[in-house]
Design a protein around this ligand. Structure first.
Ligand code: N01
Length: 551
């Protein structure tokens, strides 16, 4: 027990309940929160966790839509903190489906006795920093208030569903769902007329499955998307044995990749402009064959140079045209934007689905959905009738879950006010004015542009080391230094400007949510990020400000 908190006088009643005091409160029991809580406890911190769902798994708890699977290979999308765990667990497919990932999360929770650290079915509504006691009070929707020295927000980057504000949502008599909050009991659409709104990753994964079951599926597309076949299949057991024989080395190689995965596939260093047309096509074809994200590793300049990118985009369009039999539908499905600017999708049979007789594509790029009625939805004055409407319209990414809570820092400053013009963080870990409040994979960290499990482990390890070091040095308070934060914001921005990422309306920029400030949120380049954090740590955590209890 580190006994970081002076518990003598901290019983501030709130909503009729006596407060309880912990070293740390962890919000969220996804992969980040689970490991964070486990790690803190192992270092002697007292921990209390809250999770709004009834179980662990975070994004994999909520996204149960048919076809949901990870776009990062199973052998990489897993924890590495326990060799016993990574040796014991057997994945069945190259890319794991949601039920298997959720089962893995539940296994981890049992194996490391994490469940007891969390209170489930409990949303955190807010957290207030007390300027005098220097403690946080975390408030739940159930009316509980707990006090803690440290609060760690492990609330996920893609956890707040983006439901478009369309008139009549409450009028529709049929079933209405969002892919990011799929009914736990599943959804049988046999014999139903179904609409899917959106053509991002969630839609692209679910559409083939919904089409196979529904009487008729109508897809409402605002912007077509690039998708590369995942080339999923049963896991290669020989490769698994090779990886497990030296898992540490495999993890090390992956951590040296820009997005912390994909080390076994070529990421070529040459320019597309140096290749002959035949070499170019054959390289694209090979990378198409590797599947999913590996496609963009065909040449070094695809994410940097618009002209280089155009070659890759045209290659994918040619694949769409070769797959979709109806020419008009194929043309509607062909994106004309920068490939990889919005998050690339990986699919199994997506474009082929449009060859089915029971699937219709409706282009709503010029005519948005006007409204929902009791029986369906209206586009361009035409009523389309459905039994079920599924919104695959994405998330208020990266900041949505943090800003949904009322978080008040020093002097009553709210996070909402502080981030009114976009998120500002130091290292994606802290924001100035909010002492002892940490974010896991927050804006300004590699987060969504890296293997998420590798990212959350790196953050948990760093936060835990920082708290332990600070305590050993006799400090009880850690803050982000405003100048260091401003410099970091500029670094994150500069890194994105060197790429094609800012050139489209992606959720990385917040462009998918009306009124959200446009700021490119992820830090590009996992290895550079880890190296910079190491330098900061070696420099006695420069950019952080430490204080001892009492001033
Ligand atoms: O959401 P999205 P997603 N009317 O924002 C459309 C992760 N993920 O849930 O492009 C009509 O990508 C919108 O149109 P437009 C992954 O990081 C991971 O699919 O804005 N349409 C778009 O087509 C991913 O990137 C995995 O014009 C509207 C779609 O809805 C992220 O989650 C699997 C609309 C939203 O696409 C989000 O993916 C799935 C409106 N009012 C997801 N509003 C795996 O790794 C939005 N759209 C497995």
């Amino acid at each position: 027990m580190l006994n970081l908190v002076d518990r003598s006088s901290k019983t501030v009643p709130l909503m009729g309940q006596a407060s309880k005091t912990f070293d740390a409160v962890v919000v969220g029991a996804g992969f980040g929160g689970m490991y964070m809580a486990h790690l803190l406890r192992s270092k002697g911190f007292t921990v209390r966790g809250f999770e709004r769902g009834s179980g662990v798994g975070g994004t994999w708890f909520w996204n149960r839509y048919p076809g949901c699977r990870c776009d990062v290979e199973s052998m990489e999308y897993s924890y590495q903190f326990s060799d016993g765990l990574q040796q014991d667990w057997q994945w069945s497919e190259r890319y794991s489906a949601q039920p298997e990932i959720l089962a893995y999360a539940e296994h981890v929770a049992h194996r490391f006795e994490i469940l007891g650290l969390f209170t489930f079915n409990t949303s955190v509504e807010g957290a207030d920093f007390d300027d005098l006691s220097r403690l946080w009070t975390v408030r739940t929707a159930a009316g509980e208030a707990v006090q803690a020295r440290y609060v760690i927000m492990a609330t996920g980057c893609l956890s707040t569903a983006n439901m478009p504000d369309i008139a009549g949502l409450d009028l529709f008599d049929g079933q209405l769902h969002h892919t990011g909050a799929w009914p736990a009991e599943g959804l049988d659409v046999s014999g139903l007329r179904v609409a899917v709104v959106g053509t991002g990753s969630s839609a692209i994964q679910s559409i083939p499955h919904i089409a196979a079951q529904a009487q008729h599926l109508t897809v409402f597309q605002r912007t077509p998307n690039y998708s590369i076949p995942a080339q999923n299949g049963p896991i290669d057991t020989t490769r698994v044995a090779e990886i497990k024989a030296n898992y540490e080395e495999y993890r090390r190689r992956n951590k040296n990749q820009p997005a912390a995965f994909g080390a076994d596939f070529p990421r070529n260093g040459d320019s597309v402009f140096d290749a002959t047309p035949e070499e170019r096509e054959s390289r694209f074809e090979a990378h198409w064959g590797y599947g999913g994200f590996m496609f963009m590793g065909a040449f070094a300049d695809l994410g940097l140079d618009p002209q280089a990118n155009a070659y890759a985009a045209e290659f994918v369009r040619s694949k769409i045209r070769a797959t979709v039999k109806d020419t008009a539908t194929a043309e509607l499905l062909c994106p004309d934007t920068i490939i990889g600017c919005k998050r690339l999708c990986a699919d199994t049979g997506y474009f082929e689905t449009y060859n089915r007789d029971n699937v219709t594509l409706v282009d709503i790029s010029a005519h948005p959905i006007e409204k929902l009625t009791r029986s369906g939805l209206v586009v361009n004055k035409a009523l389309y009738e459905f039994d079920a409407i599924i919104f695959a319209t994405g998330f208020d990414a990266m900041t949505g879950s943090l800003l949904k809570m009322e978080i008040r820092g020093e002097g009553g400053l709210t996070l909402k006010d502080k981030w009114a013009d976009g998120p500002k963080t130091y290292l994606g870990l802290m924001t100035a004015g909010f002492p002892n409040l940490f974010m896991m994979t927050g804006p300004g960290s590699p987060s969504v542009l890296a293997n998420m499990i590798t990212g959350v482990e790196q953050h948990a390890d760093y936060i835990c080391d920082l708290l332990t070091w600070s305590h050993k040095e006799g400090f009880s308070e850690i803050k982000a230094e405003p100048v260091a934060e401003q410099t970091w914001v500029e670094v994150v921005n500069m890194r994105s400007q060197a790429t094609l990422y800012p050139r489209c309306n992606s959720w990385y920029l917040g462009a998918n949510v009306p009124g959200k400030p446009r700021v490119f949120m992820p830090y590009l380049g996992f290895p550079d990020y880890v190296a910079r954090l190491q330098e900061i740590r070696d420099a006695r955590y420069e950019g952080f400000v430490f204080a001892a209890a009492g001033g």
